[in-house]
Design a protein around this ligand. Structure first.
Ligand code: FAD
Length: 485
């Protein structure tokens, strides 16, 4: 195969680079096992994980981590050479490999970028993919803007969407500015089914500071005893509860107290700088001393659990189009991603795409999350939702201002806590933004937000990362995957 990589910024600019904690994989059996990793993942996914997809994830994960090590990625090791394994929220055992303390993504990306530069037939940087080319019911490549802004066709025998997430839908996010839901929007425009997009995971403890993307104050701090305090200095939630529970409690408290941030008190932690050098550097850079100061924090949009529906080989419903990484909905995350499973998902499912293409596969099979689209024996049946078209763009407002306006609209109505009225208002606001969104990235944000809001409106329950104030309980009637087309 001849591989071309087309990317809208530089090759190194991506969410992968920012990943901190690590990659979850069972590299040392007993007392841990892949069955336990599977059970932890299903628990986090709140009933909506595809069990077959999770089985693939946990079984193939360790081998893919070892391949990455063979490719040159250097994970942290003990003096005796054994890989250091950390335990993160939601994991029953220590199974998270990391690099440079909390610089795992940067190291993985370095190894992959080196490999791509050595092997890819073409690396096209500053090329913005705008739309899929669909001819004769098959994807034939993309229409893209070249570095001069001219529209060009980039044709390919197979097209793999690996465009990442959509954290930029919200005012406060840990995601880099490239995470604008472009792949999701391209798929929606081409009529390719997307699912689980109502499940945007918010990280509860992002540093509250104008810097964007927001630095993360990892769960490990709470794991080591850091406390959450409200604006009166009171504790209000179990610091070790899951991400969604903590993010909800924080948002409710912020609304009650009329504030836009709360506090993480890590002053009781010993050896902060030695244990958490990356975090210490980030907070010291803004003039805070974590051994004396409480750290200002607020929830930030972090990870989109859903995306373009694929089978267990990454095939989408459109022949010739494949998806992997955060843009895909393989079914492994369900309603809530387990920490450190997302890098793993990319590492496990991307090679399955190339293997399927090499084997001559063209079309999806009824496996994994794709069964919710194809209707063949899915444990979690699909519920089709027709996505009304977003009004066309008729004018052109300043792209930067429009992006900020869209982010405010999404944050106010479709953030951590939602209800029918707030989602309706958000849909209305998005339609107004789309009307003047000539900039393709802002238009994509509007399309991705539109899909998220419609799914969130239809899911009349609270589950995992999706919290409806008007439907606060989980309902068995919603043990379904909402599939938008
Ligand atoms: C701060 C932070 C910490 C995290 N920590 C962890 C962790 O510890 N463990 C873990 O498992 N996960 C973690 N995650 C999540 C994880 O990093 C991401 O889910 C994962 O890296 C996504 O990889 P990806 O390849 O799908 O997308 P990305 O790495 O975001 O890459 C997408 C690429 O597509 C390009 N692109 C997008 N749209 C277009 C377009 N229209 N045209 C051309 N190119 C385009 C982008 O420029 C980018 O280069 C973290 C995320 C963040 C933000």
């Amino acid at each position: 195969m001849r591989l071309g990589v087309l990317t809208k910024a530089e090759l190194v600019q991506s969410a992968t680079r920012w990943a901190q904690g690590g990659v979850a994989a069972v590299l040392a059996e007993d007392p841990d096992s892949t069955d336990l990793h599977l059970a932890d993942t299903l628990k986090a996914g709140a009933g909506l994980c595809d069990v077959d997809a999770v089985r693939v994830l946990v079984d193939e994960g360790p081998g893919r981590v070892n391949e990455l090590i063979a490719l040159g990625a250097m994970f942290d090791r003990d003096p005796d050479g054994a890989l250091q394994l950390a335990r993160e929220g939601g994991h029953s055992h220590a199974r998270v490999v990391h690099a440079g303390g909390a610089a795992t993504g940067a190291e993985i990306e370095r190894a992959l970028v080196d490999a791509v530069r050595l092997t890819a037939a073409a690396v096209m940087e500053h090329w913005f993919a705008v739309d899929l080319i669909v001819e004769g019911g098959r994807c034939r490549g993309v229409v893209a803007l070249d570095p001069s802004g001219a529209r060009q066709e980039v044709r390919a025998a197979h097209t793999l969407l690996a465009s990442g997430g959509a954290g930029q839908l919200f005012s406060v996010t840990t995601n880099p500015e490239q995470s604008t839901g472009d792949g999701l929007a391209m798929a929606v425009r081409a009529g390719v089914p997307v699912a689980d997009v109502e499940f945007m995971q918010f990280h509860p403890t992002a540093l509250h500071h104008p810097q964007m993307p927001r630095p993360l104050l990892s769960e490990a701090l709470r794991g080591h005893g850091a406390l959450l305090r409200d604006s009166d200095g009171e504790r209000f939630v179990d610091e070790l509860a899951s991400r969604d529970v903590v993010a909800k409690a924080m948002t409710a408290r912020m609304l009650e107290q009329g504030t836009d941030h709360l506090w993480l008190d890590a002053t009781g932690l010993e050896a902060f700088d030695e244990r958490f050098p990356t975090i210490a550097a980030a907070v010291r850079a803004i003039g805070l001393d974590p051994t004396h100061d409480w750290l200002p924090i607020a929830p930030a949009a972090h990870y989109l659990s859903g995306g373009v529906v694929t089978d267990l080989s990454g095939a989408t419903a459109l022949p010739g189009l494949w998806a992997c990484g955060e843009v895909a909905c393989t079914g492994v995350h369900g309603a809530n991603r387990l920490a450190s499973n997302s890098l793993l998902e990319g590492m496990v499912f991307a090679p399955r795409v190339t293997e399927a293409i090499e084997a001559g596969r063209e079309s999806p099979q009824p496996t994994g999350a794709m069964r919710a689209v194809m209707g063949a024996g899915a444990e979690i049946p699909g519920r089709p939702l027709t996505l009304p078209p977003l009004p066309p763009t008729c004018g052109a407002d300043d792209a930067e201002k429009l992006r900020a306006r869209l982010q405010r609209i999404m944050t106010a109505g479709a953030g951590v806590l939602r209800d029918a009225a707030s989602l309706d208002a958000t849909a209305q606001g998005l339609a107004e933004v789309a009307d003047v969104a000539a900039d393709p990235e802002v238009r994509n944000l509007a399309e991705a937000g539109w899909a998220l809001v419609h799914a969130a409106r239809a899911r009349e329950e609270s589950r995992g990362a999706h919290s409806r104030i008007d439907f606060p309980h989980t309902s068995d009637a919603f043990l379904v995957r909402l599939v938008l087309q």
